[in-house]
Design a protein around this ligand. Structure first.
Ligand code: ADP
Ligand code: MG
Length: 703
């Protein structure tokens, strides 16, 4: 960051790298600005003349910011972002160049990009993919390029990215929600918008230590590591004072994000040692999705400038918490009214109760889709591991809403629940009204005041899929409700009846107790809720007819696009485990066995040396260690051989995506866990000087 930037105030810094509304107003001719706004706000088609004018203004602005290139920035199915850079240069007849950027180049790109996962949607001979500008997410300058947020699809129109279906689901939810609002006499709202604020967890480790660990480099998580003497048991890291080096990282991160117009708001230490969190202020879902991708990327880049590495994997260390991403989701009108705000008297707020009922019914009917939307090999380590919500989807509503819904179900008047005051007992401190929804931290899907917090997401994933699911399931229920209520002559009465029916049929999804307890697992089973423990258990349900019908009806995906997604997720699962298995084998063969062998040899030499001096010297420690480590080495060797064979077998040609993934889950994972247990035991008994890798203690505490 340059000095002049340092002197900028935060409001000046904020959005200074973004081609945002202010810049557009300043730089575009009035009529061009107006038509662009129409495209952004109302989805009106963009005229090529307008696009040319916008492109030219964007280019001039970007060049002033130091850009030499532009890139269509997109989000392929592997959940990361992709970019290919073209320079603005264009030759003139006299052998010089000028900087040029046309409307065509702005609107459409042809990145080819044949190597992205497409789940078989396109053969490489017809591989070309196209990118199309998403004008609702502002372009920005990063490094030497102008970034243009885009959607990505194939030559024949199949969707190959995570953005297009998200935009579709947002539009679809909007039209269904507007139908409901009309029933309640709202004729002003033109559009309904879903908003998201994703809270991002991450770990920081020292770069020098990271460079010594192949598992971190290849897999983003440790595959071995004996527990450090101290973990998170004292809970002294959570919200603890931030170390200077981390604070410097966070400060620079905030500034970088603010320049990109990202509303970075909250930062704090998380539960595990060296774990932290960043939360932005919420925004429109597609922008929140773009921003979350930028947040993850910027975290990595800024960490590197501080000699640190940012780990976004869901489970970097065994024995302490993994990292998640809380997806705070709400629905509001284009005039800014939050439709999930219960107001002061929720029992009388029929419109709110109807939206609430839609979410309850939707979450119950599409539990499987919500679970699938967060499925990955990494996240399987968290869900259900007593640190993250369980793999069982349920909803927390809090005392007040639960009581209101109960009274509707029982058809009795709502008498209210006791309002609780949080009494501080100290005169100078105010007594606080207790939020009636506050807070159940163990629920996977909690109502928190005026939004739902979906907590099953792993830290590394794109938030796109979970929000596609949320938007679409809400749209489907609102569609059904609107169909039912549009002919009603007694709206109030009919909504109550509808809510009563929803409660009778779907209240099994509501659970306000401890989601981490054994008792809940049992209770959930009795209630008939799904418990899809792993990615492999969850994925086959993606293609259930009810889910295919849902997405086809709402024009989010075609069946072929769903099949492609299903394949891609399973393949990624298998590939991840394959890399982890190979990395483990390599670490054991190349580093760990030689290291332990060297240590055993040095112990044996020590015994000999001691006995040379005095034949009766006690050598119990050395001899015991030699015996113990020798037998552990044999065991590790057998296990690594077996893992190697099993991994090679996973390539059986008869395997399809599901059988391969099932094989990894049932055969490879247990083999990896068995090998790890032996190796971690060897680490406990091997002298630090001999152990080839930085320990858990070093990684988590030396930041
Ligand atoms: P916490 O859950 O940690 O107690 P908050 O409830 O204040 O914190 O907010 C957490 C996240 O929820 C923030 O990212 C915030 O911007 C987001 N959030 C708040 N209101 C909404 C909303 N209407 N829609 C989406 N996200 C929201
Ligand atoms: Mg939260």
């Amino acid at each position: 960051m340059t000095c002049s930037e340092n002197r900028k105030s935060i409001p000046e810094l904020f959005g200074s790298s973004v081609f945002n509304d202010d810049v557009m107003q300043e730089r575009l001719p009035k009529d061009v600005y107006k038509s662009l706004r129409k495209t952004i706000d109302e989805g009106k088609d963009l005229d090529l003349n307008v696009a040319n004018a916008v492109a030219n203004a964007m280019k001039d602005w970007a060049v002033e910011k130091g850009a030499t290139h532009y890139t269509h920035w997109f989000q392929p199915l592997n959940g990361i972002t992709a970019e290919k850079h073209d320079s603005f240069i264009s030759p003139t007849t006299d052998g010089r160049v000028i900087m040029q950027f046309s409307g065509k180049e702005l609107i459409k790109g042809e990145p080819d990009a044949s190597s992205f996962p497409s789940g078989g949607l396109r053969a490489t001979f017809e591989a070309r993919g196209y990118t199309a500008w998403d004008p609702t997410s502002y372009a920005f300058v990063k490094g030497d390029s102008l970034y243009i947020p885009t959607a990505f699809c194939s030559y024949s129109g199949e969707v190959l990215d995570k953005k297009t279906p998200l935009l579709r689901s947002m539009e679809d939810l909007s039209s269904q929600a507007v139908r409901i609002l009309r029933l309640f006499g709202d004729n002003k709202t033109n559009r309904v918008i879903t908003t998201v604020g994703p809270e991002q967890e991450y770990f920081l480790v020292d770069k020098k230590l990271y460079d010594q660990r192949p598992d971190l480099q290849f897999c983003g998580r440790t595959l071995f590591g004996a527990k450090a003497p101290k973990g998170q048991e004292l809970e002294d890291h959570y919200f603890g004072a931030i170390k200077p080096r981390v604070a410097a990282f966070m400060k620079e991160l905030d500034e970088e994000l603010w320049k990109l117009g990202i509303l970075s708001k909250t930062k704090h230490n998380e539960v595990a040692p060296s774990q932290h969190e960043l939360a932005p202020i919420f925004t429109t879902t597609n922008i929140a999705t773009d921003h979350n991708q930028l947040i993850m990327e910027t975290m990595k880049n800024v960490a590197a400038r501080h000699g640190l590495v940012c780990l976004l994997n869901e489970k970097p260390f065994e024995g302490v918490n993994g990292s998640g991403k809380h997806n705070n989701w709400s629905v509001s009108t284009d005039t800014g009214k939050n439709l999930l705000d219960p107001g002061k008297e929720p029992e009388k707020n029929t419109q709110f109760l109807l939206f609430l009922a839609a979410v309850i019914k939707g979450v119950d009917e599409y539990q499987d889709l919500l679970r699938i939307s967060v499925a990955s090999a990494g996240n399987d380590h968290r869900l259900g591991a007593n640190e993250a919500p369980p793999a069982i989807v349920s909803m927390f509503l809090g005392d007040e809403l639960s009581a209101i819904l109960q009274s509707i179900e029982d058809d009795v008047p709502y008498t209210g629940i006791e309002e609780k005051k949080l009494q501080t007992g100290v005169h100078v401190l105010p007594d606080l009204n207790m939020d009636t929804t506050d807070r159940n931290r163990t629920s996977p899907f909690a109502f928190t005041g005026n939004k739902f917090e979906f907590r099953m997401l792993g830290s590394a994933i794109s938030i796109s899929c979970p929000n596609i699911m949320l938007n679409t399931l809400a749209a489907e229920e609102l569609r059904q409700f609107a169909d039912e209520l549009e002919n009603s002559t007694d709206l109030e009465g009919d909504v109550r009846k509808l809510v009563r029916r929803v409660m009778k049929e779907h209240k099994r999804i509501i659970f306000n107790g401890d989601g981490y307890s054994e008792a809940w697992t049992e209770e959930a089973k009795r209630r008939g809720l799904l418990n899809l423990a792993t990615t492999v258990d969850a994925l086959p349900r993606y293609l259930d007819q009810k889910n295919v019908q849902l997405f086809i009806r709402h024009k989010i995906y075609t069946e072929a696009e769903m099949e492609a997604r299903y394949e891609t997720i399973l393949e990624e699962y298998s590939k991840t485990l394959n890399i982890e298995s190979l990395t483990m084998s390599s670490m054991v063969r190349h580093d760990i066995l030689p290291a332990v062998s060297a240590y055993v040899a040095s112990l044996a030499e020590a015994v000999n040396a001691k006995r040379n001096v005095c034949p009766n010297l006690a050598c119990t420690a050395e001899v015991t260690l030699i015996e113990k480590l020798s037998s552990l080495m044999d065991e590790a060797f057998q296990k690594v051989e077996a893992l190697g064979t099993a991994t090679a077998d996973s390539k059986a040609e008869s395997y399809n995506a599901l059988t391969a993934a099932t094989y990894y889950k049932d055969v490879i994972i247990p083999a990896m866990e068995g090998l790890r247990a032996v190796v971690d035991q060897m680490e406990v008994d091997t002298a630090s000087d001999f152990w080839p890798y930085p320990s858990y203690g070093d990684l988590m505490f030396k930041v």
